[in-house]
Design a protein around this ligand. Structure first.
Ligand SMILES: C[S@@+](CC[C@H](N)C(=O)[O-])C[C@H]1O[C@@H](n2cnc3c(N)ncnc32)[C@H](O)[C@@H]1O
Length: 280
């Protein structure tokens, strides 16, 4: 790893806040240096001064965003949220012949939205209700992870470890040998399921979101708020909350907090929150 000057690290901090909204604290110097190394590699430019000048002038923004964001995710991460979606929400909706509108706010490489789809398809089977309707929008700020979402191709070994016992992979994926690593397999989400998710680019720091008030029954916003400062977390939470119906559910990551939304929600545990009234 190359050693960067304080000024260079500071310029990266400013750019990350401007283009992504993430706040990289003083303990993140090593991480910033690592990402700068990667950026130099990707853009094949060893001149840091020149590289940062270009980004400050608006070049390579997508690459900068893709390099600076942390995209760690996996299928059925914090699996209790998917159990809740199936056992509480989907079963209520199906018993009442309603439909479900879901937003997944930081989809990363797609494991989260496809876990939602598998869960809902499973609920459909459990209730023997092929007519059950739902819609799923999934977004991220990083165009490179969105491309992976749309392809829906994952490594079999790594993914299978995270599948709960009810997942029968053949129902949801096609499997083929990984030609670049003979003996390993890749799985691809079946087209019929991929079509059920609409993927789009969205910056959670945008002043206005392209959604209606009370549009969604469920919002997944997990393991992304942690990257923002508290003031920005609250501003994002308020905007997301306004898109949620009364009685709708907000899922947050285990280390995240609903902050000032507390008087407007009922807590069900495991960072599952039900909206009881609109934020005033
Ligand atoms: C650690 S991943 C979490 C993925 C998934 N929600 C999960 O819990 O496994 C965080 C994601 O948030 C995205 N992200 C970061 N800043 C964002 C922003 N300002 N707007 C939208 N997405 C953002 C990153 O690109 C990354 O894919």
């Amino acid at each position: 790893m190359m050693m960067y000057s304080k000024q260079h690290l500071e310029r990266v901090r400013k750019l990350a806040y401007k283009h992504i909204g993430i706040t990289l604290g003083p303990n993140k110097d090593a991480m910033i240096s690592n990402r700068l190394d990667k950026l130099r590699d990707t853009l094949n430019n060893n001149n840091v001064e020149e590289l940062l000048n270009s980004i400050e002038q608006g070049e390579y923004i997508d690459t900068f965003v893709a390099t600076l964001t942390t995209n760690k995710t996996n299928f059925f991460r914090e699996s209790y949220h998917f159990d809740d979606l199936r056992d509480r929400i989907a079963s209520h909706v199906q018993n009442n012949n309603e439909s479900l509108s879901i937003y997944c706010a930081a989809a990363s490489t797609g494991e989260e939205p496809y876990s939602i789809i598998m869960t809902l398809e499973h609920a459909k089977e459990l209730h023997d209700n092929p007519m059950f309707k739902y819609s799923l929008l999934a977004s991220d700020i990083d165009t490179s992870v969105l491309a992976t979402c749309k392809k829906g191709i994952y490594e079999w070994e790594k993914s299978a470890m995270d599948f709960p016992s009810w997942v029968t992979p053949e129902k949801y994926f096609k499997r083929r040998e990984n030609t670049s690593r003979p003996g390993d397999y890749l799985i691809k989400v079946k087209d019929s399921l991929r079509k059920k998710v609409e993927f789009g680019k969205m910056n959670l720091m945008s002043a206005k979101y392209p959604f209606r008030e009370a549009q969604f029954d469920v919002v997944f916003c997990r393991n992304v708020l942690i990257y923002f400062n508290q003031e920005d977390q609250l501003s994002i939470l308020k905007k997301l909350f306004s898109t949620l119906k009364i009685g709708g559910t907000l899922y947050l990551g285990h280390a995240e907090s609903p902050l000032e939304l507390v008087p407007y929600i009922e807590r069900l545990g495991h960072n599952i929150f039900v909206k009881t009234k609109h934020y005033l």
